[in-house]
Design a protein around this ligand. Sequence first.
Ligand code: AMP
Length: 637
Amino acid sequence: MSRYEDFYRRSTDQPEAFWAEQARLIDWHQAPTQILDASRPPFYRWYVGGQTNLCHNAIDRHLAERADQPALIAISTETGSERSYSFRELHAEVQRTAAVLLELGVQRGDRVLIYMPMVAEAAFAMLACARIGAIHCVVFGGFASGSLASRIEDAEPKVVVSADAGSRGGKVVPYKPLLDEAIRLSRHKPSAVLLHDRGLAPMELTAGRDHLASAASQKHAQAVVPCTWLDATDISYTIYTSGTTGKPKGVQRDVGGYAVALAASMKHIFDGRAGETYFSTSDIGWVVGHSYIVYGPLIAGMATIMYEGLPTQGMDRQPDGGIWWHLVEKYKVTVMFSAPTAVRVLKKQDPALLKKYDLSSLRALFLAGEPLDEPTARWISDGLGVPIIDNYWQTESGWPIITLPGGVEGRPAKFGSPGIAMYGYKVKIVHETTGEELTAPNEKGVVVIEGPTPPGFMQTVWRDDERFVNTYWKSIPGKLVYSTFDWGIRDEDGYYYILGRTDDVINVAGHRLGTREIEEAISGHANVAEVAVVGVADALKGQVAMAFVVPKTGNAATDSAEALKLEGEIMKRVADDLGALARPARVRFVPGLPKTRSGKLLRRAIQAVCEQRDPGDLTTLDDPATLQAVRAAVAAG
Ligand code: AMP
């Protein structure tokens, strides 16, 4: 048995012994009395009776050994700023923010919603919440008021932390008006809003509610706020993710299990070592940002880079496709984490840029969030000369489910496969309707995970245990297993291949979007009778959203000038409601949508037509003319 096989076996056969050992990777205020409580599946509780704190493990415990080493390096090619905070400085900043939150009335268990660009203050806010036991809920800065409002309403935050603006490609994106509108739309109103003024956009403050962060933290410049010892099973944060309904789900995570899972993954998967620098190009609004920008690297005692800007813009705000490699050289980055889309963007640049910098510090580049295509993997692998490691996981899991365990044992990568099942995950392939396990190699089925799910995995859906059980654990007939909602196969060597979603979730540039959410935003337009949104393959972004709309009145289906106007209005509506990220690539107008006789939308047939594939079995199609119209609309360009 290989070293990893033995490691994996122990994690599945003796989970308690295995995870008790991993628990030693973090500091505990009080050791757990029970490693796993599996008495109420699928609600698995890890490290029961234990007390710890994520912020303590990320910062305080490193002070004795590395107080003056860099902890957080905040770089913005949007504002041309670069600042490094040592563990000591980060400790002070986080205590200041914690003191401000306490003054605003935040108590243990209260929610703090963070709607921030990629600036150091966003990480201070997350760590400050962790420090005092407040539950943070970070919302991606690219989301607009509608998305933000539904999250405010669901999370019911006492305080919102935000900023005047973000910036993208030199274009200022004011956040404050979007936030004001979201609070107006939401039934829940936060009692206070803490605002960071970056001097990018004017802000109108609401008296009695809005507070400027600079003034507030000046008052607490010398603040000493000790870590609150939390139960391992307490809630650390919620993060919203899209599903098949229009309502996003609040993925809820614990404290102790998450801390151990991250510490273990930094060791066994990422092989990141204390004192080194880690660079993830993701955003704090996504799960990667939580796990592998903020908590994971800091728990491992590494410096973490927070990067605001495009991959193709230099510090002088001029085009520079080598900026990331410049940073790798400058900060001697050893482990880097990005997404295939970003690499595809870089691929369009001069390949010589990869050779211009000294990248000898780099040991590996991890890519996740969407399928990694072979040409992209080969291009970056040849260019960097380090292992490119694909990793497959989800907001729900918090850390990789399928990848290569570089820190335990080197395993060869196979192009097109993220790798093998990680320790703690009993990954299975099952038949989608019979639920039968498919054990023969290369049989296609749904990728599921058998309980107990490992530490770090979601505890439940925020305030909705029923939705957690029904959505994730009851979709496979006759079995209580967690469905990833991804199709997959496993080959004879145990390598998995992910073949796309089983539900109506699409993946645009590594970001997960629900087609239903986009459809709901489009339906809000007065002239939309019906709409279908599907994901269509795209060379750069992996997938893009494509909308087919049946207008209520007028001739948009035949009149191109009218179509253009209506398309513009619909696009704007989606951008204003959900954010530019969710905007469809095109809106096409048709007299009717392809449906079954019972009225079910035939999304897969529409998607196949868009991708110039055979739409497959059409025996249930009610009116063939509708699919013909979709074909004509696609052909018209
Ligand atoms: P998110 O929760 O936003 O991270 O999205 C998770 C989904 O992204 C998964 O269920 C997959 O559909 C897809 N995904 C993530 N990582 C990979 C990967 N390495 N290969 C293929 N698909 C991936």
